[in-house]
Design a protein around this ligand. Structure first.
Ligand SMILES: NC(=O)c1ccc[n+]([C@@H]2O[C@H](COP(=O)([O-])OP(=O)(O)OC[C@H]3O[C@@H](n4cnc5c(N)ncnc54)[C@H](OP(=O)(O)O)[C@@H]3O)[C@@H](O)[C@H]2O)c1
Length: 264
């Protein structure tokens, strides 16, 4: 059965999802975006996707605008919601309670994808609201599967903490490559060489982990000889007041910001 889906906001995350749905077939897709980029416009016309059509209730409405833009977008969102519409929000920080009160429906699911989803290697977290019907969770899993791994159902509190892991996680990994490059340069390496080898090392280690069944800790231990060079570096990084405590503080900050976004 062809499913009617409307996507509000065809930015990085929305566009990645839209391509996955059309590739998966059996979807009549409409996109609402006041200023779609050239790539979105070209793709929409080649994939027979309706761009900014007149609104009418759909099977699934997906909200992928920035949380800060959401209040202004509400008048363009509600006409797409009918009594049989499942609403899926991928906005960070906008709670199920707030979505329900401003959109006038409790048939809502909150999801949190991440950017590697654009190449099918993402992680999406799913937290269903209280008014979902049988099959809604599975519909959401089907819609997010083109982006990679889907985890859920989660309660909303776990979604917020898990967002600090997988939603923000790609940025931590990119930061790791940056910091390794900077530390190499600070110790006298040519900055471009340091940057190239840091990047290739992060890519290679992630690919090795992807091919291995071992836990990350076992992979780490396998490259850490007792009394060796790696061990000396890890002793600094893994001291209780170093990386472990930094990550706890970073997660607390991410959860706090999520709560603030919810009330902005
Ligand atoms: N990127 C991530 O890693 C990630 C991960 C998980 C969840 N999310 C969530 O996904 C949402 C979108 O993030 P993003 O990175 O994809 O942002 P983005 O690239 O800025 O995409 C948002 C899109 O919405 C459009 N837009 C603005 N106002 C609109 C309106 N009134 N009606 C319809 N569309 C409108 C924007 O157009 P203009 O560019 O013309 O303003 C843009 O194309 C956010 O809520 C974010 O929390 C993102």
């Amino acid at each position: 059965m062809t499913r009617a889906i409307t996507l509000i906001g065809a930015g990085r995350m929305g566009f990645a999802m839209a391509r996955g749905w059309v590739a998966g077939g059996d979807v009549a897709l409409s996109i609402v975006d006041p200023a779609p980029g050239g790539e979105t416009r070209d793709w929409a016309s080649s994939a027979e996707v309706a761009l900014n059509p007149d609104p009418a209730p759909v099977d699934v409405l997906v909200i992928a605008v920035k949380p800060q833009v959401f209040p202004a977008a509400i008048p363009n969102i509600t006409p797409w919601i009918g009594k049989d519409t499942l609403t899926l929000s991928v906005m960070a920080g906008v709670t199920l309670a707030r979505l329900g009160s401003v959109l006038g429906t409790d048939r809502i699911i909150r999801a949190m994808p991440n950017t590697p989803g654009a190449i099918g290697q993402g992680v999406s977290l799913v937290a269903p609201g209280s008014g979902v019907r049988d099959g809604d969770f599975q519909t959401t899993v089907d819609l997010l599967s083109p982006l990679g791994l889907v985890e859920g159902p989660l309660d909303e509190e776990s979604l917020v903490t898990a967002t600090a892991v997988s939603g923000c996680g790609p940025a931590y990994v990119f930061l790791l490559a940056e910091l390794m490059a900077e530390a190499g340069a600070a110790r006298g390496l040519d900055p471009e060489l340091s940057s190239r080898i840091a990047r290739a090392t992060v890519e290679g280690a992630a690919a090795l982990m992807a091919q291995s069944e071992e836990a990350p800790a076992a992979l780490r231990q396998a490259v850490t000889s007792p009394g060796g060079v790696t061990k000396a570096a890890l002793d600094v990084l893994m001291a209780e007041d170093a990386a472990p405590s930094l990550f706890k503080r970073a997660f607390e900050a991410a959860e706090k910001r999520d709560a603030e976004l919810s009330s902005e």
